[in-house]
Design a protein around this ligand. Structure first.
Ligand code: PW2
Ligand code: MN
Length: 257
């Protein structure tokens, strides 16, 4: 049997991708944040949601550990999400793969226009511990008031320049279920952005200190898929710093022994 060909009717046209990229460029330049609704449509959105629920049902989600320089505090006070790293070609994840491919091509279109700030985005998410694989982070806030306190995704130049989040939550009611994403833009606009994590919504924002944000307590299961885009120069510098730290640590160790 021939490999399952994606349904031609829902391959996103180049023209639509260009239209979205124009919109993303305009918003990121003006506000540093961009919300685009009805990104893939109900059918594709449902298929992706189904794959994420399947991942959850087979226990693929692990507690979100916090990578922080400060003394690690119990994670449940900082963030309650559970995460699963997905490349998109694993069995049962091809629709997540379709989502990531489409986001990729939009970001690359923005990049061609030299529009992503001074960044040159050529790589996509790699595990924060410097593995060279490209991954999307599927996150679940399992309800019972799980939250993520105000934070910056990339406070110390680790290379990430754009955060892109795709939400999967049907008929989400913030009054009942909370889970609002609140962004506190640090630019001149200073207008707080309250973003509801609604189904088939795509969000982009600069990952650095321009966009501190928080996930308010969620009272229903809240799913999202995040991809971070790297600036290659910043990334290379971060890797260099990381390797220097490792070398210093090992030379300290060897001088002790
Ligand atoms: C291995 O190390 C890891 C592993 C996972 C990590 C996940 C995050 C993270 C950052 N931001 C958000 C967020 O802001 N979500 C906003 C929303 O859902 O609307 C979020 O859900 C998760 C940060 C660092 C990590 C380091
Ligand atoms: Mn974040």
């Amino acid at each position: 049997t021939d490999a399952k060909k994606p349904d031609q009717s829902i391959i996103m046209s180049q023209q639509r991708k260009r239209h979205i990229a124009e919109y993303v460029i305009k918003c990121l330049k003006q506000y540093g944040i961009c919300v685009f609704d009805n990104f893939l449509g109900v059918q594709k959105g449902n298929e992706i949601f189904g794959e994420v629920k399947h991942l959850h049902s087979i226990g693929a989600f692990k507690d979100g550990q916090v990578v922080s320089e400060s003394v690690p505090r119990p994670t449940q006070t900082i963030r309650g999400d559970k995460i699963a790293w997905v490349a998109g070609h694993e069995p049962g994840c091809q629709n997540i793969g379709y989502l990531v491919e489409n986001i990729d091509s939009i970001i690359m279109l923005c990049n061609e226009r030299r529009a992503l700030d001074t960044y040159h985005v050529n790589g996509r998410t790699k595990l924060p511990v410097y593995f060279c694989t490209f991954l999307a982070m599927v996150a679940c806030y399992p309800g019972h008031a799980t939250r993520y306190v105000r934070h910056v995704d990339n406070p110390n130049q680790d290379g990430r320049c754009v955060t892109c989040i795709y939400y999967l939550n049907k008929n989400w009611n913030v009054q009942k279920s909370g889970g609002l994403l609140r962004i506190f833009p640090q630019g001149e606009s200073k207008v707080i952005a309250d973003i509801e994590p609604i189904f088939d919504r795509l969000l982009f924002f600069w990952s650095d200190r321009r966009n501190p944000h928080e996930v308010q307590p969620a009272y229903s299961t809240r799913y999202a898929i995040t991809v971070w885009y790297f600036d290659d120069k910043q990334r290379a510098a971060a890797k260099e710093r990381y390797m220097q730290q490792v070398l210093q640590q090992s030379s300290k160790q060897s001088s002790k022994t």
